[in-house]
Ligand binder design. Structure first.
Ligand code: BGC
Length: 373
């Protein structure tokens, strides 16, 4: 896996997004360096930016991080914006998009609920001359002009390597590993799985690990994740490690493990560095999470959106292959970071979570132990 490095340089009204490379082993992401900055635009009054977030249950991030950072970026740029949340409703998603466009949005940024409905929204917007950005999730076969996300195969790789580290620390012998994957309709979930299976499959093949139950969680639904994991554990009581694709799914697994007094004994992974996930790590119930600096993601997307709203044609020098639409989508991909007990403090230092919200009650002592000051 090569590394993608983002460097944003905004000179006058021109914007350049530089990305060295972000090729995945899967072949699903590829990138090339290059490109001159776009021509600077005039002083035209910027149009409005509409943003549609997917839900508020599949991860805390959308409302606690993405909304906040996007708002900050638009306010700083002095651009009019409207951020709404579709709350998992695909029909409402299209209605919100239509309303935003009627109300003057000239740029639409979406986190799709699935590629099919996302494509319909993007195509309709495009047919009305609205510029479009896929935010965090690539709409397969879609028509977004840009895609801004993390290197999602790298996210999965960190999860796989993290679980291996935690199982090694526990001196696990031929552990049975269960996989609790993200939504089957989220392209990111596919990429995360490619990343962690790239690490785990060779271990299954060599007999070092035993492959246990492996299931996707529709819509990343945390409640369903609990039911699914309960069934997994009934079917295979010797599960010794859980690859959970995000903190919400991880927490669902931990809740089930707690009932059997197995929490802390069976390492569980996660993603998003949510307060709950980080507290589970401090408590010793979760082995790791993946921190994605959402401020950087929001800033990069907002910079593109603001530029588009001013009528410019910003350059994103990286591209990601949309295998379904067979096109290279101009992209910005950022690098994720693995978080274990010892570097939970990095997430606090980065300002992503505050000590006050993390180190409450029973977690205060653990925070001190983890060097969070
Ligand atoms: C995002 C994750 C998030 C998940 C559920 C994915 O597309 O990349 O950060 O946890 O969706 O909302």
């Amino acid at each position: 896996m090569r590394k993608g490095i983002l460097s944003i340089g905004a000179a006058a009204a021109a914007l350049t997004l530089g990305l060295t490379a972000c090729g995945g082993e899967s072949g699903d992401t590829s990138a090339e360096t290059s490109s001159a900055p776009s021509a600077a635009a005039g002083d035209a009054k910027p149009g409005k930016v509409g943003v549609i977030l997917p839900d508020s249950k599949s991860s805390a991030r959308w409302e606690t991080a993405d909304r906040k950072y996007l708002e900050e970026a638009f306010k700083t740029a002095g651009v009019e914006y409207d951020i709404q949340n579709a709350q998992g409703d695909k029909t409402a998603f299209q209605t919100i998009a239509d309303q935003m466009i009627t109300n003057g949005a000239t740029v639409l940024m979406i986190v799709n609920l699935d590629s099919g409905t996302g494509k319909a929204v993007l195509d309709k917007a495009k047919s009305q001359g609205v510029a479009t950005i896929d935010y965090d999730r690539l709409t397969l076969g879609g028509s977004a002009s840009y895609y801004v996300s993390f290197d999602n195969t790298a996210v999965g790789k960190l999860q796989g390597e993290g679980l291996v580290k935690c199982l090694t620390d526990k001196k696990a012998d031929k552990p049975i590993v269960a996989e609790l994957n993200g939504s089957p309709t989220d392209n990111n979930a596919t990429l995360f799985k490619q990343g962690y299976d790239g690490v785990l499959q060779p271990k299954y093949d060599s007999g070092e690990y035993k492959k246990g139950p492996d299931q996707s969680v529709p819509d990343w639904d945390n409640t369903q994740a609990g039911t699914i994991f309960e069934q997994m554990l009934t079917q295979e009581p010797k599960i010794a490690g859980v690859l959970a694709a995000n903190d919400g799914l991880g927490n669902a697994a931990i809740s089930v493990l707690k009932k059997q007094n197995l929490n802390g004994k069976v390492p569980v992974t996660g993603q998003d560095a949510t307060v709950q996930g980080l507290q589970n790590i401090l408590a010793g119930d979760q082995c790791m999470t993946v921190y994605k600096a959402i401020k950087k993601e929001a800033d990069a997307a907002a910079q593109l959106a603001v530029s588009l709203a001013k009528g410019e044609q910003p350059q994103a020098s990286g591209t990601v292959k949309d295998t379904e639409g067979n096109r290279d989508v101009p992209s910005v991909l950022l690098e994720p970071q693995a978080i274990f007990f010892d570097n939970v403090k990095d997430v606090v230092a980065d300002g992503f979570v505050s000590k006050d919200e993390l180190c409450t009650g029973e977690f205060a002592d653990k925070c001190t132990e983890a060097g969070i000051s």
